[in-house]
Design a protein around this ligand. Structure first.
Ligand code: CA
Length: 438
């Protein structure tokens, strides 16, 4: 745990600061958070908003009225994505955070209180993808997850391949199928081959799984041919979201060698729509686990680069939903123990001169802990389907069934600081829609 004096904190993190709007103690979005999203309502076309309790502040309207002049250009907040905001230098986005906190706090600038129509009820809003995601990378940065999956996919070999402790392993995913929380997930079809079968068959996946991950959106980024040094990586990270990297294990197991994940992953990826900024997460920045062997110099960190986020996976089947039975929490884990940090992931991803652009999304890889019930996927939680989970309605689960609803949650807590959260990343599994052969 890093000492508080090493953290880059300011008045916006003060736990005594409260908003003049009522915000419930359990809310993910107190004034210390101020996450951004793209929202719309019956009256408002898609636009940028910031969450405060159960309300959304319309930043486009606020900017157009001149209340952010001198802090940030109006045009940056008048689009229908966060890309332009993600592109601004990190000191500018900190200035915006301070201004918003000042407008919303008790005892601050009263300008906003005369403009109640700039706030809308979050329950009436649609939340969209927060950014135009140009590129999407998925890492594989949990030592426990990589070890568990290695054991399941290559039972005869060493679970961890020799490069894993040297390289933040990752692959480029499909950005076009990233969807916001609440989007239904169609069960994918594909080639599956049973171990003792001579040939594969094509059909709906029967081993549909989740992956609990945390992703970050890139900030300003680098020009082609340049790279982002690990010690400056945080300047190029805008903020984080929860990520469910839905995975068809049967399709994955047959297709992944020698080039890695493809159709077993690309059918859908769910993210939480509120982007929790790096500034909001600062009180929760901590040391990661020791790294052995020591990373090569371009990956060597001098400061703590991990974040203490308590993560949970909830599952509810169709019958539980119909009967009003609460979701079952099937996993609880922490993001703090990830082996490779976001800073190392970004330094590595740009180390060959590849350009990173504002709005690119980098997912952590499945977050798994070392104790029972702390794994971020069903294939780990059920030991490859051999130890099914029991749900509150008596149903058993090895992998996902049609109608199942999965919700990811994340919350940051630290003594002396106001807790903040990520909101939900959820999706319901729909039956497969096999392609017609005629
Ligand atoms: Ca993944």
């Amino acid at each position: 745990m890093v000492s508080v004096s090493a953290l880059d904190l300011d008045e916006t993190h003060d736990p005594k600061r409260v908003a003049w709007l009522a915000v419930d103690e359990s809310s993910d979005f107190p004034i210390q958070n101020l996450p951004f999203a793209v929202f719309s309502t019956a009256e408002r076309s898609p636009r940028i908003g910031v969450a405060i309790g159960e309300s959304i502040l319309d930043l486009r309207a606020l900017a157009e009225m001149g209340h952010l002049d001198g802090v940030i250009d109006r045009s940056i907040l008048c689009g229908s994505t966060l890309n332009a905001l993600m592109a601004v230098p990190h000191m500018r986005r900190r200035a915006l955070r301070r201004r918003l906190s000042e407008l919303l706090r008790v005892g601050g600038d009263p300008a906003l209180r005369d403009l109640p129509n700039l706030l809308c009820d979050a329950r009436t809003a649609n939340l969209h993808l927060p950014a135009r995601i140009g590129d999407y990378v998925d890492f594989y940065s949990s030592l426990e997850h990589a070890t568990n999956l290695g054991r399941l996919f290559r039972p005869q070999g060493e679970p961890l391949l020799p490069n894993w402790r040297w390289i933040p392993i990752g692959y480029h995913g499909r950005s076009a199928t990233i969807v916001p929380s609440g989007t239904p997930i169609r069960r994918p079809c594909g080639q599956r081959k049973a171990p003792d079968a001579a040939a594969p068959t094509f059909g709906p996946s029967v081993r549909l799984d989740i992956e609990l991950e945390v992703g970050f959106f890139a900030g300003p980024g680098n020009a082609l041919g340049d790279s982002i040094p690990v010690e400056r990586a945080r300047e190029h990270i805008f903020g984080s979201v929860l990520v469910n990297d839905w995975s068809a294990r049967d399709i994955q197991a047959w297709e992944y060698q020698p080039l890695g994940p493809f159709l077993g992953k690309s059918f859908a990826t769910t993210i939480s729509p509120w982007v929790v900024t790096l500034e909001a997460l600062e009180p929760f920045r901590v040391d990661g686990p020791p790294q052995q062997p020591p990373p090569l110099s371009y990956l060597a960190q001098r400061e703590p680069e991990n974040y203490e986020v308590a993560l949970a996976v909830e599952l509810r089947d169709a019958r539980m939903r119909e009967r009003g039975i609460a979701s079952a929490t099937i996993s609880r884990t922490s993001f703090a123990a990830m082996y490779w940090s976001q800073a190392q992931q970004l330094a590595h991803a740009s180390s060959n001169g590849a350009a990173v652009a504002p709005g690119d999304l980098f997912a952590s890889g499945t977050v798994s802990g070392s104790v029972a019930g702390s794994q971020g996927s069903l294939i780990e939680l059920t030991e490859n389907g051999t130890r099914p989970l029991r749900l509150p309605d008596g149903e058993e689960r090895r992998f996902l069934e049609d109608g199942d609803e999965v919700t990811l949650r994340g919350r940051c807590e630290r003594a002396g600081y106001r807790s903040i959260g990520f909101g939900d990343a959820s999706g319901v599994v729909l039956p497969a829609n096999p392609p017609s052969s005629t």
